[in-house]
Design a protein around this ligand. Structure first.
Ligand code: GTP
Ligand code: MG
Length: 217
């Protein structure tokens, strides 16, 4: 098997970057927290979601992208986001902050409930345009990530890998983790053929991610 290259995304062209900047500088509002599939809002917008292991930085990334610190609640406690949180961005997008999968500091029964909702959502939301699967740049793809990526393959939901916490990885470890991520993505037909490298701390990669989202309109 020849592995696809899965390059790191190039910096956006100036007009694409500007569209992304404008989109994320515009109005963004928390719409609702959903706890069951029948609570999902009407599928009348371009919908993108942020999925990933507990604590990988999903909520922080939404805050950083939108430059609004307390918008999505971020925390040191894995398992902080426990509902499917919908945000409206401009008048054409939904941004969706998902509960983390894998380890969570919450009662087993509650965790089981939100994990099952998460999977039903990822596989069953027809209007989901792209899932961003966040992966800690220090740790690479873990078995639980593989499980979610396979679920997205099965549902034919295109997903794009976003490495988070780029500020925490040493240059000498970066290529090794990238190689591991590439090897994993090459096994997933629903993987979009590029990787984003981001830091919510330094802002690295955020303009690129904003441009990708704006480009989905
Ligand atoms: P759950 O909702 O529990 O699934 O977690 P989450 O994926 O939403 O993670 P969250 O955004 O709450 O961040 C978890 C921790 O990682 C927090 O302490 C953040 O401050 C930290 N963090 C998130 N992004 C970054 C980053 O880019 N760099 C660094 N250094 N820390 C980050
Ligand atoms: Mg969260």
């Amino acid at each position: 098997m020849t592995a696809l290259p899965f390059p790191l995304a190039d910096a956006p062209e100036p007009d694409a970057a500007e569209r992304g900047r404008k989109l994320f500088a515009g109005p963004i509002e928390f719409l609702k927290g959903v706890v069951a599939m029948d609570g999902l809002p009407p599928d009348d917008r371009v919908e993108i979601c942020f999925a990933g292991r507990s604590n990988v930085g999903k909520s922080s990334l939404i805050n950083a992208l939108t430059n609004r610190k307390g918008l999505a609640r971020a925390s040191n406690t894995p398992g902080r986001t426990q509902e499917i949180n919908y945000f409206t961005l401009g008048d054409g997008h939904y941004l969706v902050d998902l509960p983390g999968y894998g380890y969570a500091e919450a009662p087993v029964k509650i965790v089981a409930r939100w994990q099952s909702l998460l999977k039903t959502y990822l596989a069953g939301r027809a209007s989901l345009r792209r899932a961003f699967v966040l992966i800690d740049a220090r740790h690479g793809v873990k078995p639980v990530d593989e499980e979610i990526m396979s679920l997205l393959d099965g549902a034919a939901v295109t997903f794009e890998a976003v490495l988070t916490k780029a500020d925490k990885i040493k240059p000498k470890d970066r290529e090794r983790v990238l190689a591991q991520v590439r090897q994993s993505l090459a096994r997933h037909p629903a993987a979009f053929p590029e990787i984003l490298l981001t830091s919510s701390e330094t802002g690295e990669g955020l303009a690129t991610l904003r441009a990708v989202v704006a480009g989905l309109a």
